[in-house]
Design a protein around this ligand. Structure first.
Ligand code: NAD
Ligand code: MG
Length: 386
């Protein structure tokens, strides 16, 4: 029996690498659903090759194009957010890979869980915004959430066989991004072109900027809390510029386990899709001789304030992380449009956090409203700044 996969965000960095994994293992996986927001041409190409049952193009402007290009295939074509949330419920899907970017992942993930689908989770924003809700739902519906994020996959891999043993703490590694070691004076003038040059990983634009500000590591701290049921004090971050040690777990006897390898997202993707099995791969192998020194240093949380903001909202709970996520999404978009500077990103998040109302036990509707209100507020702040 092949495993039938739905890929939400199939045209992105994670989505295309997931299709490479599926293509390399045709006897193990098949594609049930593909979705994308704007890249109609690539979605059409992917659908013609992998022959999913259903395809969703988020932006309705491209519907006619996708529909007519795929008319000779037995593929149903839909458009819009309603289609996106109902397509994940489709009977033949075994696992939904959430590889879309941002808050938009929340609703389809909720629908997939309620339909009993296992989740291969790349879309970390969903757990940042509503980790409490999502993990409770997964428990209620007996659904597994398999991490795709490389750090969380590393921890997940270290925990195999350790079901009886408590985690003392985890150590998330961070590359430090393109601006590691720089001070605020330098950061005040960096351009988006500089920020988009990640030293070790090639990823979508939003997560690449998040890596440069260390917001990505902050989001991952929150993601780890929910995936592994940890307190903030049990989650450490250490900068490791070579990105070879993908993260570590320390147990109560003091023993530390690490997962290592050359940086390649296809490994965590295939582990999440085929857990507990490890699929044979031809990925380049790591050699210690090529890396005679692996180095580690403390993150600079005074300069890269987004990481300390993440710890702060993790302690605070409620809708605080939802506020941070929404403000960050607006700020990153504005930075990518040259509307604000690099350091304004943290300022915007801090101002939003101070201004928006705190809700200690939010419902789904509270998250929706918090997200919308924060986006509005942050967008207005940007209007004032430009
Ligand atoms: P990307 O920008 O390359 O791709 C995003 C995909 O989502 C595209 O297919 C796009 O069409 C779709 N999309 C965009 N907006 C959407 C919307 N509003 N509704 C539905 N679909 C939408 O992003 P990426 O780098 O592949 O990252 C995807 C997710 O995976 C993010 O949450 C990111 O944090 C996480 N992640 C990525 C990497 C990586 O190496 N790229 C690593 C770890 C985690
Ligand atoms: Mg990561």
């Amino acid at each position: 029996m092949k495993k039938n996969i739905a890929i939400l965000g199939s045209t992105g960095s994670i989505g295309t690498q997931a299709l490479e994994v599926i293509e390399a293992n045709p006897e193990i996986f098949s594609v049930a659903v593909l979705t994308a927001q704007d890249n109609a041409d690539l979605l059409i190409e992917q659908a013609a090759k992998f022959l999913p049952k259903e395809v969703v193009i988020g932006n309705e402007k491209h519907f006619d194009k996708v529909k007519s290009a795929l008319s000779s295939f037995n593929i149903k074509v839909y458009s819009g957010i309603e289609a996106l949330v109902s397509v994940v419920e489709s009977e033949e899907i075994d696992t939904v890979l959430t590889a879309m970017v941002g808050y938009a992942g929340l609703l389809p993930t909720i629908h997939a869980i309620k339909a009993g689908k296992d989740i291969a989770l790349a879309n970390k924003e969903t757990l940042v915004v509503a980790g409490e809700l999502i993990t409770a739902l997964a428990k209620q519906y007996g659904v597994k959430i398999y991490p795709v994020d490389s750090e969380h996959s590393a921890i997940f891999q270290c925990l195999v066989g350790e079901e009886e043993n408590k985690i003392e703490k985890i150590i998330l590694t961070a590359s430090g991004g393109p601006f590691r070691g720089k001070d605020r004076a330098f950061l005040a003038n960096v351009t988006k072109a500089q920020a988009l040059k990640h030293p070790n990983w090639s990823m979508g634009a939003k997560i690449t900027i998040d890596s440069a500000t260390l917001m990505n590591k902050g989001l991952e701290v929150i993601e780890a809390k929910w995936l592994f049921d940890l307190e903030a004090s049990q989650i450490d971050v250490i900068v490791h510029p070579q990105s070879i040690v993908h993260s570590l777990v320390q147990f109560e006897d003091g023993s530390i386990k690490a997962q290592m390898g050359l940086p390649d997202m296809k490994l965590p993707i295939q582990y999440a899709l085929r857990y507990p099995a490890r699929l044979k791969s031809t990925f380049p192998r790591f050699s210690f001789m090529d890396y005679p020194s692996l180095t580690f240093e403390k993150p600079d949380m005074d300069t890269f304030r987004n990481l300390s903001i993440a710890y702060e909202v993790l302690e605070k709970g409620g809708n605080a992380a939802c506020i941070v996520n929404a403000a960050n999404e607006i700020a990153v978009e504005a930075f990518l449009q040259d509307k604000i500077g690099f350091l304004d990103i943290s300022d915007l998040i801090i101002e939003s956090l101070a201004k928006m109302s705190y809700i200690s036990a939010p419902t789904y509707d509270d998250y929706v409203q918090t997200n919308e209100a924060t986006r509005r507020f942050a967008s207005e702040l940007i209007q004032v700044k430009v």
